[in-house]
Design a protein around this ligand. Structure first.
Ligand code: ATP
Ligand code: MG
Length: 300
């Protein structure tokens, strides 16, 4: 049985004075244990919506998500979520960030310490455990975010454009680090990305979605040996095929949205859950602003 089963899910956002917006319609696919799957598709096609549903932060209008035989309805420790731009807690040290989920679970001190050492090993962060995120390079921050998500031994890692804000040269380096880290942890991954090259470098499978109700245009298997060679003919061929598929997917129809979505008035439960990420990001950027200046004063 597949580790993750997405069974006929539909997600509709209600809009003020406009037809309902069907973002995902009757979408189905499965992910095997240990697979690295990327979701690729035009902006607004529903990639983040799907990942947020997999995280249990957003309910569906139809269909269901089954993870390890259990129905996903709320967020849980079986899923590690890495938000866009890492979103580390800037007021916590590396160690505190990594152990956050274990502290929430009230794990024993010895268990926490053993897990910390393992995670510092696989992320090569020994010696940095008492630093604050502001004192780390982009690559180190990414490693902290990934091992923080791995701390409670989730079945699956959900990554939403983990390298979205990184410039091109740095990006390739961080993709290499991410590949090694995920391989070391032997984990299953579903990653959202905009970047075709990145999807070929990291994935066993790339699912291309269209802007028309998130339809799966193609599910492409990437059978190149690892570590991947970006200069190889096979690599270039996959990049070129996928680029063409995304171009086609881009031209499928998408619906314009109101700036103030109708669900705010019509469905309180959707509002509560879908605003989680926004609230988290707002909170995080607020603390980043405060703590960056404090930490900079303290440590520079
Ligand atoms: N909470 C919400 N309320 C109403 N509409 C929403 C909400 N969240 C997303 N949408 C709409 O659903 C569609 C899909 O959004 P989503 O964020 O999933 O796209 P995406 O594929 O991740 O895009 P991008 O690549 O730009 O991040 C968009 O049209 C978006 O405006
Ligand atoms: Mg998105």
């Amino acid at each position: 049985m597949a580790l993750l089963e997405i069974k006929g899910i539909t997600k509709i956002f209600t809009q003020n004075k406009k037809p309902d917006h069907i973002v995902l319609e009757n979408m189905s696919f499965t992910v095997e244990r240990g697979q690295y799957v990327s979701l690729l598709g035009p902006s607004g096609c529903g990639k983040t919506t799907l990942l947020t549903i997999l995280g249990g932060f957003l309910p569906t209008d139809a269909g269901e998500i089954i993870l390890s035989g259990q129905k996903v309805e709320t967020p849980g420790p079986d899923r590690g979520f890495v938000f866009q731009n890492y979103a580390l807690f800037p007021w916590m040290t590396v160690k505190e960030n990594i152990l956050y989920s274990l502290q929430v679970k009230k794990s024993g001190k010895q268990e926490q310490n053993e897990r910390l050492q393992e995670l510092l090993d696989i992320s090569h962060l020994h010696g940095s455990e008492n630093k604050y995120p502001v004192q780390l390079s982009g690559g180190m921050q990414q490693r902290v975010a990934v091992v923080r998500a791995l701390a409670s031994r989730p079945e699956i890692l959900l990554l939403d454009e983990p390298l979205g804000a990184i410039d091109f040269q740095m990006r390739e380096l961080l993709q290499e680090e991410l590949a090694v880290l995920v391989e070391g942890a032997k984990t299953t991954v579903v990653m959202v990305t905009h970047d075709v090259n990145e999807s070929v470098y990291l994935s066993d499978r790339v699912i291309v979605m269209s802007s028309d109700k998130g339809r799966i245009v193609q599910d492409v298997r990437i059978d190149l040996e690892r570590p991947r060679n970006r200069q190889s003919e096979g690599f270039k061929a996959h990049v070129s095929d996928l680029t063409e598929l995304v171009r086609q997917a881009f031209h499928e129809k998408a619906v314009e949205l109101d700036s103030e979505p109708g669900f705010l008035k019509t469905d309180a439960s959707i509002k509560r859950q879908s605003s989680f990420t926004e609230a988290y990001n707002r909170m995080s950027s607020k603390y980043t602003a405060i703590n960056d200046s404090r930490a900079a004063k303290k440590y520079n």
